[in-house]
Design a protein around this ligand. Structure first.
Ligand code: HEC
Length: 205
């Protein structure tokens, strides 16, 4: 009976265990935002954001609607990486408090986990999500937007690793994207789509 309950909990895709095998999710607190270090705290062979390579957060709405679900994509690109990982947070820009909720994207339960630490959710790769078969690796995360009228900032820190099972020889990249509270856009759904797209793109880059 107990094992059935435990299996059910594990099947939710949430990380409940605090111990770490690092390729299977970094420890919480290394998002690169709000005075947190990035993965370079331990993976420091190279300078942060060394070219050629990058991490990009896609799918963040320029303006969010409370309660709405958005699919975010973290894409890490580096030609020679052999193993990969990331950490992503969603926090209110002013207070640093958790903004909305994060969950693995659909069909991503085996690749992405979410861990809660000191009231902040940290989305990370799981072991299956650390494997690399191309020059880029993508993870999807579902974000449910918070209520309230404060801007939100997303931070991602990602590791393009050499696969040797150590912290050596790994390239770390960071990115951040902001989203404004969006009462405006619910009312203005009729605006010319081209204009909205332009605003969206400006806020994305
Ligand atoms: C507190 C130290 C620490 C931090 C911070 C840390 N790591 Fe690691 N990481 C390790 C250690 C130690 C290893 C190797 C040993 C192991 O796997 O347990 C490792 C290994 C890895 C590997 C496999 C590396 C390889 O070449 O095989 C990946 C991928 C990884 N970490 C991702 C991350 C990501 C992503 C972050 C930032 C969000 C991060 N780590 C932050 C300590 C850390």
């Amino acid at each position: 009976m107990i094992s059935l309950a435990a299996a059910a909990l594990l099947a939710t895709g949430m990380r409940l265990v605090a111990s770490h095998e690092y390729p299977d999710g970094a420890p919480p607190g290394f998002s690169g935002g709000f005075k947190e270090d990035s993965c370079t705290a331990c993976h420091f062979s190279f300078d942060l954001n060394q070219s050629p390579g990058r991490v990009v957060i896609d799918g963040v709405p320029a303006r969010f609607t409370p309660g709405e679900k958005y699919t975010l994509t973290v894409t890490l690109t580096r030609a020679d990486m052999k193993r990969a990982g990331f950490q992503l947070t969603a926090r209110f820009k002013d207070s640093g408090a958790q903004a909305g909720t994060l969950a693995p994207g659909s069909a991503e339960q085996s690749r992405v986990g979410v861990e809660l630490s000191s009231g902040i959710q940290y989305a990370n790769q799981k072991k299956a999500g650390a494997s690399v078969s191309a020059t880029d690796v993508r993870w999807t995360i579902e974000w449910t937007a918070p209520s309230g009228s404060a801007p939100v900032v997303f931070h991602a820190s990602a590791n393009a690793a050499d696969g040797d099972g150590t912290t050596n020889g790994d390239y770390v990249y960071t990115a951040s994207v902001e989203s404004e509270p969006g009462a405006c856009c619910v009312e203005h759904r009729q605006s010319p789509p081209g204009f909205l797209r332009q605003v969206f793109n400006m806020q994305q880059r």
